[in-house]
Write a protein that binds this ligand. Structure first.
Ligand code: HEC
Length: 220
């Protein structure tokens, strides 16, 4: 690690050294502002505020698909929040497939009152769950939503935007998994190497050290 007392000397021989400092500044801003927000949005912490307080002794939530498949007022209310955060930009406030982000898409988001034949996977609860889990065409998978959030938003879409929807195919119901903890993947933004700033910084430092070595007449 170069230390700051060498700064004056190095600045002359190698202005590159300023880049890591700059990157570090950007990184700090990223850490302080953006990460907490993203973390809240992606882990459902933002939604947690709208849910009944969880049992403090109950650390891990058990997801029961059979139970979640049934709509309830609580799920629908939670689904409204999920919809605003994760769907509305594309599918629109009225569910017409005309959100602001849809303008940029060549394949338009499904309008939720589209006739049954237009749906690619289907409009039943479990079919929509498949869509959210795996994505379909231009519709992205939603790994950041936990199972409760997925079913919540499905019930909300049914309740809010649709007159009627098909029953779940019996084979899908039969294939439902047993209740389990953490049954779906939830993205951990801290583990996800989206912004490898540290790596970039290390590379730059290595490079700077190498160049210095070469200048000194060393190196290969
Ligand atoms: C990036 C924009 C985008 C976002 C965000 C988005 N969708 Fe979509 N969605 C699409 C597009 C585009 C399609 C049409 C896909 C196709 O036909 O290829 C679609 C299709 C669908 C379908 C129809 C699948 C079928 O069987 O045809 C459902 C259901 C759906 N989205 C639900 C949701 C829900 C619920 C959310 C929020 C959790 C969401 N979408 C978020 C773009 C988006």
């Amino acid at each position: 690690m170069p230390s700051h007392d060498h700064k004056g000397a190095r600045e002359k021989s190698n202005p590159l050294i300023l880049i890591p400092l700059l990157l570090f500044g950007v990184y700090v801003i990223y850490l302080v502002v953006w990460l907490p927000f993203r973390y809240g949005a992606e882990t459902g912490l933002l939604e947690a505020a709208y849910r009944a307080p969880a049992d403090p002794n109950d650390e891990e939530e058990v997801f029961d698909y059979r139970e979640l498949r049934q709509p309830s007022e609580e799920l629908i209310a939670q689904g409204a929040r999920v919809y605003q955060l994760h769907c509305q930009s594309c599918h629109g406030a009225e569910g017409g497939g005309d959100g602001p982000a849809a303008a940029a898409l060549t394949v338009k988001p499904r309008s939720f009152d589209a006739p049954v034949e237009e749906w690619r996977i289907g409009a039943s609860v479990l079919e929509m769950h498949e869509t959210l889990r795996d994505g379909v065409g231009a519709m992205p998978a939603m790994p950041a939503l936990n199972p409760r959030q997925k079913f919540a938003v499905i019930h909300f879409v049914h309740d809010e935007f649709m007159e009627e929807w098909p029953e779940d195919p019996p084979e899908m119901v039969a294939a439902l998994p047993e209740p389990a903890v953490g049954v779906d993947v939830t993205i951990d933004p801290y583990a996800d190497p989206r912004v490898p700033v540290r790596y970039a910084m290390r590379k730059l430092l290595e490079q700077a050290a190498e160049e210095e070595e070469n200048e000194d007449g060393g190196g290969e």
